[in-house]
Design a protein around this ligand. Sequence first.
Ligand code: BGC
Length: 371
Amino acid sequence: MKRLTAVLLVLFVALSLFAEGGQQRAGGKTVIGIAMPETHVERWVKDGNQLKAEAEKRGYTGLVQWANADQPTQNQQIAGFLTQGAKALIVGNINDGVVSAVADANREKALIVAYDRIIQGTHDYGYFITFNNYKVGTLQGQSIVAGLNLDAATTAAPKHITLFAGSPTDANANFFFQGAMDVLLPYINKGVLSVVGPFPKHYSEPAFAQIATENWQAPIAKARMEALLVGDARNVTLDAVLAPNDTLARAILEACKADSKYQAKLPVTSGQDAEFDSAVSIKNGEQYSTVFKDTAKLAEAAIILADQLLKGQAVNVPGTVIADGDLKQIGFTGTGYVTTLLLDPILVTKDNIQVPVTAGFYTDAQAAQLK
Ligand code: BGC
């Protein structure tokens, strides 16, 4: 009889663990699912690995997957995390096709943090954590003003710029562009800076579609630049290119390098992410600037946020500010606002290329090459 009771007890415990939806796997640790959008932009590989490490440092099981810039793939990965009992999801989404996965997670009572990119089309999730993306754009614009010395430029000899933007599916691309345009427009209006090719003044204008780069794909930006060089820019020499990130900046510069007109001097080209190859390019005087977003800090902050939410604690994440005033727009999903935490981006040119190095952003071998 005693034996039967013991067997039943074991069976009962086993069944109740099963009913927990697998939450008790991996030694009883709570699972955090980490859904990253892509690997063709370097940062996301680091982001995913860092999020996992930060989760495990705090006693969670971190599961991470990358979705190859394909939302149905990411939705399947999120479904997989839920099956494995994830109680929190950190999602860097690809497009608003993610909304159905958010609904599934809500049904399973898993909390969702939108990571770096806002989830559009629903505000039925907890938090959004990102950088001040508008400031990223203003820094890009300011670097072009400095690189072209636009304050000394004249209407008699205006400088020429062409514009590129990020993915039309990624709201960050809108803020990057608008931040940059708010800095550049006064010079354009003064007649000392002239735009070659499509010229949207705002991301909501139809011409934005012509400068946008679907899914941030470098081959698309390169092909567009090649076409521009023999098209709209045929009879001018471009002094600058507004490029939204490093992956696209290098693709655009490759197209320029193949054109004899730019052998002696490449256009002043902005970027973002402080990718190692761009840091080298900046050091060598090719790409002009990048914007350093310390994604290790973002990953740490996102896990601290998830940890506080999972424990029902008040949210208080060091190194972040809650988006307020005009910046509240960064947390607008199209249907409503989500509470948005912002980290601060830093402009990097040849003069301060050591900033990401000192922050420990590169491997030792890479850092040695930037000395
Ligand atoms: C990120 C950038 C990144 C881009 C392409 C954006 O949402 O904020 O850091 O370069 O996506 O992956």
